[in-house]
Design a protein around this ligand. Structure first.
Ligand code: PLP
Length: 493
């Protein structure tokens, strides 16, 4: 018995794990995998300490833990035994961490999940040079942010620990309501604001609220894949509507799906092509929604960054019939790791949305909300945005010049009035997906434009983020892009 036990144990003096913990884990494993049988008497702690060359306290600490968890029992006068009370199903399961075996089996998945099951999931949400939508992260005012976080956590209020109201803390909803009124002319009572974990969640809630399986839902083409995937996930039918220089075209939409009652659009800065929806189109859309009892999801994901032209206020602010669900995000104006977005919903839909949200994930973590409310109230958010707007403007101009100078033979690229990325159309027959793959090998996370098309026609181009990439690093990155373009063009410049 002693030999079996000793052969099951090998202690590592250099390990970060204390010896008693190593001993506990190894003895537990030997019990669980049956090496040490139930009812077996263990050698005395003194003997074991001598054989293993460790202190007796180490053995006692490990035995105490095993005793407390029910693996060992002690009988006064007769010693310590492996418990015979351990349930069989625990005994047959090894405590070892093993790579799960691949089992050949059929999953009764929904058709949407079955399609996803065929592909490898992308594990990264954002980040990396040229990644569209990634803001500048180094220059965030972390000193102010951490001061506010610390202030609220030194002696946290009870509601921080018990959890938020479903729509978010009152303070944050009030701060957002004022901020959106000033910056985006959004009309809202704080009660109409629902704080979410990202604006992607708003897209889920709106689609869930308005679509039954099979229902057509209008979306922009090209458009944000998060919209299309959510519509398909809900069993509804995405109707990709071509976008032109004035944005989403209602005329085209009415031909494609006259029965559709929800349109998901980004009127301030169409994603990814970038046009701002003209005022006549906005008024037409609002009128259509009123006449047909339809609703509009306004994704206002990065409209804070406008460099030229007159800023148009939100569609929601123009709406006189409460037909718009306004959606915003902190991912671009702060950082996406925060996972905070929000929606502003018509007053008579607040309760329905709160119930949907509660059923989805309860509420967002209360952790950062008080700090964020104050960050907005004290003006830190606005001044950060103002600084970033100047920086991104410079970065856009720098990237534009580099692309035109170095890659002008391959790319047709023009300045953008707003946003965080450039759209570069590929002139030659080089496939944008091939450029994306080559650049990814170098860590450059630009995206192929064709990925964003969901209808019959698509264009070949590159979506290149400039906001999160410093001017100092841009020339080297553009050189790499140029090399890949030359290679993919068969070596011809
Ligand atoms: C157009 C658009 N809408 C919505 C989102 C979702 O943003 P989040 O869920 O991070 O708030 C993104 C993210 O990149 C986006 O590009």
């Amino acid at each position: 018995m002693k030999q079996i036990l000793l052969s099951a144990i090998s202690l590592d003096l250099k390990s970060k794990d204390p010896l008693h913990r190593q001993l506990f884990l190894q003895l537990r494993e030997a019990i669980l995998d049956g090496t040490l049988k139930a009812g077996t008497r263990l050698p005395s702690t003194r003997l074991l300490a001598k054989d293993l060359n460790v202190s007796r306290n180490t053995i006692l600490a490990a035995f105490d833990q095993l005793m407390a968890e029910g693996y060992l029992t002690s009988r006064t006068g007769s010693g310590t035994f492996i418990s015979d009370q351990i349930p069989d199903e625990i005994l047959t399961k090894s405590a070892k961490k093993e790579n799960p075996q691949k089992i050949d089996r059929h999953f009764p998945l929904s058709s949407h999940a079955a399609a996803l099951h065929q592909k490898k999931a992308s594990q990264v949400y954002h980040g990396g040079p040229f990644s569209p939508g990634t803001p500048e992260l180094e220059q965030f005012p972390f000193v102010d942010w951490s001061r506010l976080l610390a202030k609220h956590w030194r002696r946290p209020k009870r509601e921080l620990l018990t959890g938020n109201p479903i729509g978010g803390s009152r303070d944050l909803r009030e701060a957002l309501s004022d901020y959106l009124a000033q910056t985006r002319a959004v009309k809202s009572d704080p009660e109409q604001i629902i704080v979410l974990s990202g604006s992607q969640q708003a897209i889920h809630l709106v689609v869930r609220a308005f679509a039954n399986p099979g229902d057509p839902i209008l979306m922009e083409d090209p458009g944000f894949p998060g919209v299309r995937n959510t519509i398909i996930g809900a069993g509804a039918t995405p109707i990709p509507v071509p976008v032109d220089d004035e944005g989403f075209s209602l005329e085209a939409a009415e031909k494609l799906a006259p029965e559709a009652r929800l349109a998901c659009i980004a009127p301030s800065h169409q994603y990814p092509l970038g046009p701002t929806m003209s005022l006549p189109r906005r008024l037409d859309l609002l009128n259509w929604a009123k006449q047909t009892d339809s609703f509009l999801l306004e994704d206002d994901y990065d409209s804070e960054y406008r460099y030229t032209g007159r800023p148009l206020s939100s569609l929601q602010g123009l709406d006189t019939d409460q037909r718009v669900i306004y959606v915003g995000s902190m991912s671009k104006v702060m950082f996406s790791g925060l996972r905070i977005g929000y929606m502003v919903v018509p007053p008579d839909l607040v309760d329905m949305f709160l119930s949907l949200r509660r059923d989805m994930d309860g509420h967002s973590p209360a952790t950062v909300e008080p700090a964020l409310a104050e960050f907005i109230r004290e003006g830190h958010l606005s001044s950060h945005i103002r600084r970033m707007r100047l920086l991104y403007d410079e970065r856009q101009q720098c990237l534009l010049k580099l692309l035109q100078d170095k890659c002008g033979d391959f790319l047709d690229v023009k300045p953008q009035e707003s946003g965080m990325h450039l759209v570069a159309f590929l002139k030659d027959n080089i496939r944008d997906l091939d450029v994306e793959a080559k650049c990814k090998e170098d860590g450059l996370l630009l995206r192929a434009l064709s990925r964003f098309y969901h209808g019959p026609k698509s264009r070949n181009g590159l979506i290149i983020g400039f906001a999160g990439t410093s001017k100092e690093h841009m020339p080297a990155h553009v050189d790499k892009l140029q090399q890949h373009l030359v290679t993919l063009n068969g070596g011809k410049t």
